[in-house]
Ligand binder design. Structure first.
Ligand code: MRU
Length: 324
């Protein structure tokens, strides 16, 4: 059975603490909006769809305690700025819950989780069709069960293609500085028995010159023209893929589309604590007082993206996403 990022347990939200993986499997019990907001900001739960789900269940906690839903939604929306799924999930719960009562809000949150799991399966099916037989696939960050309601987006495509016997090997970028590739994607791939090697981020270029047939990544926000915000380093991979003539595919549910942004220039890019760069596990690796710049995401122009796979279809350039 594949891992889950979170689980509603009668009166609280259990969150698998991804900061402790793979060394320890520790569940946090979130009992208030503040608990959920802290878990999202500190990245105990992370990945665009998963933070949307956590926020949706955060509203259920607010309803359970009789707190204001709109205050709760404002607090949760402020935790991380780049992934649009967060705001999408909050808006969706507020607009679809039949009342502000606990049962109604919880039902709306659960529906989002069920739909996300289904969406990932569909993304896996559509995306696997693009994967060539015997593919050596490069990916970045973690886009698997830990980042979603289950199965995963980019990792979901890898899983589905592997089930079809198409995957020769996966190369997972370690994904500095938070090491989602090393700690989380490697953990998920090992549990599935999918052959892979972890690589230092800087190895991607030379590997693409020889040994990569397909690149697939997730997304945190996709503008109307296909410009895509995703984990820092994605843009470099897209430029390298174009140089080497390798298909570069983005996978995401429709909840990651943001047609209100005409292009990627308006996407807010989260800047995180510089100590994520200057320290490793709390130990300084740079001179004391060293300045550091730590954007968590970058934007890949839609013109570099071979295809964008959502649960409904495979989109090809030029991209023109519109409100549905
Ligand atoms: O900072 P993170 O770990 O939340 O960043 C996650 C990513 O960039 C993922 O690629 C993206 O959210 C898609 S997850 C299916």
């Amino acid at each position: 059975m594949s891992v889950v990022a979170l689980e509603w347990r009668s009166d609280h939200l259990a969150i698998l603490d991804q900061r402790r993986l793979p060394g320890s499997v520790v569940w946090l019990n979130a009992r208030s909006v503040e608990d959920v907001a802290a878990a999202i900001s500190d990245m105990a739960v992370r990945g665009a769809p998963a933070i949307g789900l956590a926020a949706a269940y955060g509203l259920a906690l607010a309803a359970l305690r009789g707190d204001s839903l709109s205050d709760a939604a404002d607090r949760l929306a402020a935790t991380r700025p780049t992934a649009v799924n967060l705001k999408w999930a909050l808006d969706r719960v507020v607009s679809q819950a039949l009342s502000e009562g606990f049962e109604a809000v919880l039902a709306a949150a659960k529906q989002i989780e069920d739909e996300d799991r289904e969406a990932n399966r569909a993304i896996g099916r559509h995306g696997a069709e693009l994967v060539p037989h015997g593919a050596r696939i490069l990916t970045i960050c973690n886009t698997g069960s830990l980042a979603t309601g289950g199965h995963g987006t980019a990792l979901g495509i890898i899983r589905s293609a592997y089930e079809q016997g198409k995957v020769r090997k996966v190369y997972a970028c370690e994904t500095r500085p938070r090491l989602q590739g090393a700690r989380l994607t490697a953990w998920e791939l090992m549990q599935d028995g999918i052959p892979f090697s972890l690589i230092a981020d800087g190895a991607a270029g030379s590997l693409m010159a020889r040994n990569i047939d397909f690149v697939v990544v997730g997304a945190d926000r996709i503008a109307a023209n296909g410009d895509t915000a995703n984990k820092l380093g994605t843009y470099s991979l897209a430029v390298l893929a174009r140089h080497h003539g390798i298909p570069f595919v983005v996978a995401a549910p429709s909840s990651t589309l943001d047609p209100s942004m005409p292009d990627g220039s308006g996407i807010p890019i989260e800047e995180r604590d510089p100590r994520e760069i200057t320290e490793i596990e709390g130990v300084s690796v740079a001179p004391s007082g060293c300045p550091a710049y730590n954007p968590a995401f970058d934007v890949t122009p839609g013109s570099l993206i071979t295809a964008i796979v959502t649960e409904t279809e495979v989109h090809h350039p030029p991209y023109t996403f519109a409100d549905v």
